[in-house]
Design a binder for this molecule. Structure first.
Ligand code: VGL
Ligand code: ZN
Length: 220
């Protein structure tokens, strides 16, 4: 029997698009690539939303500091970001044109005002789960295909947690975009995910593996 597969679309939201509050370079290019992935025969399509209350601890404005500065909260380093993906704002909505009708689960993260959450599974202190793991286990999903934003933050931490939780993660590299706060961060994140056990693939390889049923995982 083939393993069940889920596409996990991470934080493809207005504030991460060019012109948004936390603009990620060329992130608009992935919308059509992800729509194509959505059209493939995945067993489940899950999307996540970064969804912060106003004055969230990860916002530089909360501390009268500048975005990019770092602070330590209860021994955990926090990079400070511009205000972004605030609950109820346009910036928190999915990117225009994204094929949201086919999502069968939406996971919210960063909702606790004192704790940031890069991973789609847990907050950064691992105090609270988002419910994603339970959903995937209940559905018997084993293979996870990650696409979205940002390669070096939310995609990265989600993939690392996925390996630790015993899922089989794939990173659809051309369907992701990263921040590269320091140049080289994206490449380093890809290498670390691979070293941890995730497979780096292209959307073309995913299409082939999902549409030709006689092929096996080796072709991905
Ligand atoms: C993200 C920084 C802050 C992400 C979210 O989606 O990667 N990055 N909040
Ligand atoms: Zn955030």
């Amino acid at each position: 029997m083939e393993k069940k597969r889920a596409l996990i679309i991470v934080d493809v939201q207005v504030d991460f698009l060019p012109g948004g509050a936390l603009a990620v370079p060329r992130s608009d290019e992935i919308v059509s690539i992800i729509n194509h992935l959505i059209s493939l025969p995945f067993d489940h399509i899950v999307a996540t939303r970064d969804f912060h209350p106003p004055k969230h601890y990860s916002f530089a404005s909360r501390w009268s500091k500048t975005a990019g500065e770092r602070i330590t909260i209860e021994g955990v380093e926090q990079i400070l970001w511009p205000d972004h993906c605030v609950q109820g704002t346009k910036g928190s909505e999915f990117a225009p044109g994204l094929d949201v009708e086919h999502f069968d689960e939406v996971v919210y993260k960063g909702v606790n005002y004192q704790i940031d959450s890069y991973s789609t599974f847990f907050d950064n202190f691992k105090l609270r789960t988002t419910g994603l793991e339970d959903f995937l286990r209940l559905q018997g999903v084993e293979e996870l295909y990650f696409a979205g934003i940002a390669t070096d933050y939310c995609v990265f931490y989600s993939v690392i947690d996925a390996v630790e939780l015993g899922f089989i993660p794939f990173v659809v590299v051309d369907a992701c975009r990263g921040i590269d706060l320091q140049s080289g961060d994206i490449q380093a994140a890809l290498k670390k995910m691979q070293a941890k056990g995730a497979e780096l693939v292209t959307s073309e390889q995913v299409e082939k593996s999902l549409t030709y049923h006689f092929t096996s995982r080796e072709h991905v």
